[in-house]
Design a protein around this ligand. Sequence first.
Ligand SMILES: Cc1cc2nc3c(=O)[nH]c(=O)nc-3n(C[C@H](O)[C@H](O)[C@H](O)COP(=O)(O)OP(=O)(O)OC[C@H]3O[C@@H](n4cnc5c(N)ncnc54)[C@H](O)[C@@H]3O)c2cc1C
Length: 381
Amino acid sequence: MDFRLSDEQQMAVDSFRRFLEDVIRPAIAAHDDTFIPKDEMQGLLKQLLQFGMGNGLASEADGGMGLDPVTFGLLFEELSRVSPDVAIVVLIQEETGLLLSAASDELKAQYLGPLLEGDKFGSIGISEPAVGSNIADIKCRAKVDGDDLLITGEKQWISGGHYSDFNVTVARESDDGAAGIGLYLVDRAQGYESQNIPKLALNRQSTAQLFFDKVRIPKSQVLFPPGQGLKRLMTLLEGSRPLVGLMAVGISQAALDYSIAYAKERKQHGKPIGAHQLIQARIAEMAVKVEASRLMLFKALDQVGRGIRSDFQSGMAKYFAAEAAIEIIRHAMAIHGGNGVTREFPIEELYRIAPILTVTEGTPEMQKLIIGRSLLGMPAF
Ligand SMILES: Cc1cc2nc3c(=O)[nH]c(=O)nc-3n(C[C@H](O)[C@H](O)[C@H](O)COP(=O)(O)OP(=O)(O)OC[C@H]3O[C@@H](n4cnc5c(N)ncnc54)[C@H](O)[C@@H]3O)c2cc1C
């Protein structure tokens, strides 16, 4: 094991940090947790592409940068520290790109190329109003109609949904259980509609409901036929859950950085609060949890990069990091005293973001059930 970054990785992280401070932080600060219009978000995304954010994980053959997951994760954590909102946009572009890697050449030319250039926004529609943790229960229908399919249903909580030019829609053609789930590419121009959902935080980007009412698509837009969709999604989630975990590490690291600076500056009882033992205990606990989360997540990403099955490691790491972020940011809030709960300071926004990350891409309960299944060899879902 060698935990050191290569010179190339270190240089990439350093130059990305400068870019984030110069470009992304001021752009984000101009929006107080309010929706960033599509053209503005697209402008940011296009600049991020030079660092492999939005086109990093796709293979070079497909027009991406072909970064290994660990290197991608290093940069993604930095982005998440500065803007979790933009990180979600990047994550969804990346995930959509990976799903399109198996598409036909025509679909790749029409969708994957523009996605990797930042000219099109993708999104992934798994969750529905009545279907969340139990993906196998998908209700959305892809009904065969001659050479076409008619997509009907509603999708809920779709990241990037309001921006999306197309959606990878999870649907079933018939009622024959999990085996029937397929993945279908649906263009917005073919007829789905979206509505943004206001949330506790992360409102600079879109989480949306999508509505499909007999949206007609040709069969050539089947990405994974019935029976292959669920397996592909599970593999995708093994790779993406550590990235959601790194978003938690990003906001946790930000909370730690702010807390250290504040504890050095703020004086009570005749000395900086950082010189009081109980404040140092909070700082130490925060640092330990940030580091433990990070190590677990990068181990998972290393496994993903090596093609090793990672449901167990990814589940453990995502669960731990997201729960740890809540505790870490609670310490940060305490260290900031009254200032911790005001909008003048950044902690209260981090405090609102943390619980959202426990839900996205699988709740703590789902991660524990995945961990338990791996250890016991029996499912308890
Ligand atoms: C900000 C955000 C972005 C998202 N982005 C996307 C996206 O891009 N695409 C997409 O498809 N979805 C997306 N989601 C949806 C997300 O994946 C789901 O919200 C999540 O999987 C949980 O589903 P649910 O909300 O329906 O909760 P439910 O499944 O209804 O769960 C409710 C509660 O019951 C628990 N529970 C469920 N089953 C069991 C069980 N067997 N045993 C014990 N406890 C159980 C859960 O852990 C949870 O605590 C997003 C969600 C959020 C909040």
